[in-house]
Design a protein around this ligand. Structure first.
Ligand SMILES: C[S@@+](CC[C@H](N)C(=O)[O-])C[C@H]1O[C@@H](n2cnc3c(N)ncnc32)[C@H](O)[C@@H]1O
Length: 279
């Protein structure tokens, strides 16, 4: 089995049983635009000088940046505000709507589409950045190859050390009697980079306070219940387990642990240096 096959297989193992999905109205994978925008705004403050952004600035050296899977711009807005030329790629209409609202205040380019399908239409950029996207991508080898081919200087990925839903495992076990996978992990991704791109990536591990902040206790419970495919009638069972882990104050509630482990994985690009890098 190749590293890319192992990656795909581990993501397939996350499939939620149909019987659980049939009992709820909301998709467990959805995001409310309100929550995303709040998260993006907070992260822009938290991450101005994150290891990921410091590295992108060093590698880009004033050149342009493409942010693949931009969401509502959390990862690359600080670069826009530094004056970098940034292109954001995003397939999801709700996220694109959020970006359109930001465009009144900030200058950046948006490409609506899915990577790597639209990679052929994209001009080279000094740095290709993709933050918190790869765990959504079963076919990760072509995704990584296209990033490598688009970047003239380097590729920078930000992600959690393991699949972001791993920490929901104990609640899935308690509330549904369902075992959830423990991967894939950053090391699985590094193996795919070696196999698909032929580069040995560098991994930097760091942590910072979480950017998930809820206005109310009810919002925290609703968000977690959605991720857990828990029908509304069973929310009190979740509330009982979540209340001891909620910390904060009115308008600013967080779920413990409030420190978030993160990784920056990067490599220098294989594309010819000095290609058509737009400045
Ligand atoms: C968890 S969000 C992260 C957003 C942002 N990068 C951040 O760090 O806040 C993942 C985003 O990747 C997008 N996405 C998922 N698969 C993608 C793909 N194949 N190509 C481009 N974007 C993708 C989703 O629509 C979503 O907006």
């Amino acid at each position: 089995m190749t590293a890319a096959d192992r990656w795909r297989q581990q993501l397939e193992d996350w499939k939620i049983p149909e019987a659980l999905l049939a009992a709820v109205e909301e998709s467990p994978y959805g995001w409310s635009k309100k929550l995303w925008k709040r998260r993006a705004a907070r992260a822009v403050e938290l991450d101005r000088n994150s290891p990921t952004l410091d590295l992108v600035r060093d590698l880009a050296d004033g050149g342009s940046v493409i942010d693949v899977g931009a969401g509502t711009g959390r990862a690359s807005l600080p670069l826009v505000r530094d004056g970098y030329r940034v292109t954001m790629v995003e397939p999801n209409q709700a996220m694109l709507d959020g970006l359109a609202e930001l465009k009144g205040e900030d200058e950046f380019e948006v490409i609506a589409g899915r990577w790597p399908a639209i990679a052929g239409e994209v001009e080279p950029h000094a740095v290709a950045l993709s933050a918190h996207v790869v765990y959504d991508v079963p076919e990760v080898a072509p995704f990584l190859k296209a990033l490598d081919q688009t970047a003239t200087r380097g590729v920078v990925l930000e992600l959690t050390p393991a699949h972001p839903w791993v920490n929901l495992g104990p609640l899935y076990r308690e509330l549904h009697g369902l075992e959830r996978p423990l991967g894939p992990t950053i090391d699985d991704l590094a193996a795919v980079v070696g196999e698909a791109v032929g580069a040995e990536p560098t991994i930097q591990r760091w942590s910072r306070p979480t950017d998930m902040v809820f206005d109310t206790v009810e919002e925290a419970i609703e968000f977690t219940a959605q991720r857990l495919v828990l029908p509304r009638g069973r929310w009190p069972e979740l509330e009982e387990r979540l209340l001891p882990r909620l910390t904060g104050r009115a308008g600013h509630w967080q779920i413990e642990p409030t420190e978030r482990e993160l990784c920056t994985l990067w490599w220098r690009s294989n594309s010819p240096e000095g290609g058509a890098t737009p400045e």
